[in-house]
Design a protein around this ligand. Structure first.
Ligand code: PLP
Length: 362
């Protein structure tokens, strides 16, 4: 392929080309062993090294404190919607959820199977255009934890602060913005993320959890859904998603080699600014409804003045090798996901196309 292709899909999303090339290079023969990582025992010395390095590189990147466990699980972020209440209620009846969009809503609906769910704050009365400031939150004393979706992938609404909850553990669904910028892990009880947005291939789910929150699941909790079991067995109670962990590990090395999360943050901020600026400067041809402080750096939904032009927009974008810009089916319009792997040139190409399209059809 000669002309660059830029993939704006929300997930499974694009991966760094350098990582895919390395995977291709060692697909049939990993480091001279004559077999693929896909064909390796998860308990072999080689694979134990792969998973240990992946964990260490992630710990280095995120400065994960020693009293946190890193778990490599399956079932996606959606299974975490259940595992979080199962493990973290710790005898409490109630758990608190901040409602900021479709993913936090799904998380709280699942939690209702296990807990009395308290909506600590909601933006539903403001068209989901912002994160309610913490001054609005109402959190009961006896709640088990507070759950947020740090970045709402569909609505493009991202937290601009880490809530301060005293002793109440903070849980974040970070599926679509983990590793996009530095974050103080010690402010969270638990962070989880499906891998297919900003980490690696689908099939892997990352959980970072403070040790004192482990070991409180009810005795009838399925073994595989108990964080304590997964932590004790190094994510190997059964066969983990070995290949996905290997690719994620290469992504962690790529991040380290490219300046780590501070460098990513600077780049991601520039990318997002370029795109939002183009939307805001279009004289209403394009629009994004999210309040400036909560505009996501990773997922940028935008709408054309006339929805009747959506088809033409997508078709012409594709002709210019700008792929998967169609918005989520629940929201319509467009969405550009610009995760770590998206180079600045990709966002520039999108902005150039948007300007040309608006000129032609405006
Ligand atoms: C994609 C996504 C999910 C669902 O992830 P699965 O891995 O498909 O279960 C949950 N939360 C957020 C914020 C997401 O972006």
């Amino acid at each position: 392929m000669n002309e660059p292709v830029y993939n704006f899909g929300a997930g499974p999303a694009m991966l760094p080309a350098a990582v895919l090339e390395q995977v291709q290079g060692e697909l049939l023969d990993w480091q001279g062993r004559g077999i693929s990582v896909m064909e390796m025992s998860h308990r072999s010395a080689d694979y134990m090294q792969i998973i240990a390095e992946a964990e260490q590189d992630l710990r280095d990147l995120m400065h994960i404190p020693a009293n946190y466990k890193v778990l490599f699980l399956q079932g996606g972020a959606t299974l975490q919607f259940a595992m979080v209440p199962l493990n973290l209620l710790r005898g409490h009846a109630r758990a608190s959820y901040v409602q900021t969009g479709i993913w936090s809503e799904k998380a709280l609906q699942e939690a209702r199977r296990f807990a009395e769910v308290e909506i600590a704050a909601s933006n539903a009365d403001r068209q989901a255009r912002l994160v309610p400031p913490q001054s609005e939150w109402r959190v009961s004393q006896d709640t088990a934890y507070v759950h947020i979706a740090g970045n709402e992938t569909i609505g493009g609404v991202e937290f601009d602060f880490i809530p301060d909850l005293g002793d109440v553990p903070l849980v974040s669904d970070a599926s679509s913005h983990i590793l996009s910028r530095p974050v103080d892990v010690s402010r969270f009880g638990l962070i989880y993320a499906g891998a297919q947005k900003n980490i690696g291939p689908a099939g892997l789910t990352l959980v970072i959890v403070r040790e004192d929150l482990l070991g409180h699941a009810p005795t009838n909790t399925p073994t595989m859904l108990d964080y304590a079991v997964q932590a004790k067995e190094g994510s190997m109670h059964n066969t983990p998603p070995t290949f996905a962990i290997y690719v994620a590990g290469l992504v962690f090395k790529w991040l380290k080699n490219n300046g780590g999360l501070q460098a990513m943050a600077e780049r991601n901020q520039r990318k997002a600014a370029l795109l939002y600026q183009a939307i805001d400067a279009s004289g209403g041809f394009y629009s994004n409804p999210v309040e400036a402080r909560n505009r996501s750096w990773m997922n940028v939904p935008f709408f054309l003045k006339e929805a009747g032009m959506n088809g033409a927009f997508l078709q012409e974008a594709e002709a210019r090798h700008l792929l998967q810009l169609k918005g989520h089916r629940l929201l319509g319009g467009m969405r550009a996901s610009i995760y770590n792997a998206m180079p600045e040139a990709g966002v520039q190409a999108l902005v150039d196309f948007m300007r040309d399209f608006a000129r032609q059809h405006g």
